[in-house]
Design a protein around this ligand. Sequence first.
Ligand SMILES: NC(=O)c1ccc[n+]([C@@H]2O[C@H](COP(=O)([O-])OP(=O)(O)OC[C@H]3O[C@@H](n4cnc5c(N)ncnc54)[C@H](OP(=O)(O)O)[C@@H]3O)[C@@H](O)[C@H]2O)c1
Length: 254
Amino acid sequence: MNAIPTARLHGKTALITGGSSGIGLATARLFRAEGARLAITGRDPDSLARAQAELGADTLAIRSNTGRLDEIAALMAQLRADCGRLDVLFVNAGIAKATPFDRVTEDQFDEIMATNFKGAFFTIQQALPLLADKASVIVTTSIANRKGSPDYSVYAASKAALHSLVQSLGPALSGRGIRVNAISPGPVATPMFGRAGLPTELMQARKRALAEKSPLKRLAAPEEIARAALFLASDDSSYMVGAEIVVDGAISLV
Ligand SMILES: NC(=O)c1ccc[n+]([C@@H]2O[C@H](COP(=O)([O-])OP(=O)(O)OC[C@H]3O[C@@H](n4cnc5c(N)ncnc54)[C@H](OP(=O)(O)O)[C@@H]3O)[C@@H](O)[C@H]2O)c1
C-alpha cells in the first residue's frame, strides 16, 4: 500500500519577507499547502491585504520595511507575541533597480544596499532569539552575485554580500542545528521587472533577451523557485548548510 503523503511543513511557523508578491507569494502559497502557519511582510498595504485574502485570515500580513532596523525590531516583537517562535525564515524581500555605473547616486546605492543586504543581515540577527533549534533560514540571492551585471552593479554587489553572509552564518549557526542556505534564481517572471525603473518597452526587450539566452528559452515561473525554497525549508535538505541552490535554467553556464 502506498504511504499517505504528509504535509512537509506541518506544525511549522514560517516568516517570508517580501511575501506579498512574486517569489515570496508563490512560496507562501506552497508553504501553506504544505501545512505551515505563515507570516509575510512587505511595505505596500494593498499588496499585503490581497495576499492575506488569498492565503487565509490566519496568515499574519505585517507591514514592515526591511531597510529599517526599528521596523525589523517591531516585526520580531509582533512575531514573538503572536507566534512565539519561527521554524522557517525566508529572507526574500529585495529590489532590483537599473543603476548604470556612471549615474548611480548615493541615495540609489543606499536604498538597494539597505533593502537587499542590510535588511537581510539584521532580519536574521534579530530573528535569532525566535528561531527554533533546527530552524531553516533561506536567503534569496541571484545569479548576478557571481556573474556581475553592468547595469545592475549595486544590485549584483548586494547579492554577492548575501552569498558571503550565508557562507559565514552556515557554520556559525549550525551549533543550534539552524541551517542557513541560499537560493540563487536566474530571471523569474515577477512584478520585479516592472519596478526596475526602465521604460516598458526596454523592460520587455530585456525580458525577451533573458528568455532567449536561457537554453530553456523562457524565464522561470516563481513557483519553480518556491519549490527550491520548500526543499530547503523542510527536513528533505537536512544535510545542506551554507549552500546555494542555483535555479536559473542554465543561464549562468552559457
Ligand atoms: N525576479 C527575478 O528575476 C529575480 C532574480 C533573482 C533574484 N530575485 C530576488 O528574489 C526576491 C524576490 O523578488 P521578486 O522577483 O519576487 O520581486 P517582487 O515581485 O517585486 O517582490 C518583492 C517583494 O519584496 C518586498 N519588498 C521590497 N522592498 C522591501 C522593503 N524595503 N521592505 C519590505 N519588503 C520589501 C515587496 O513588497 P513591497 O514592494 O510592498 O515592499 C515584495 O513583496 C528579491 O530578493 C530579488 O532580488 C529575483
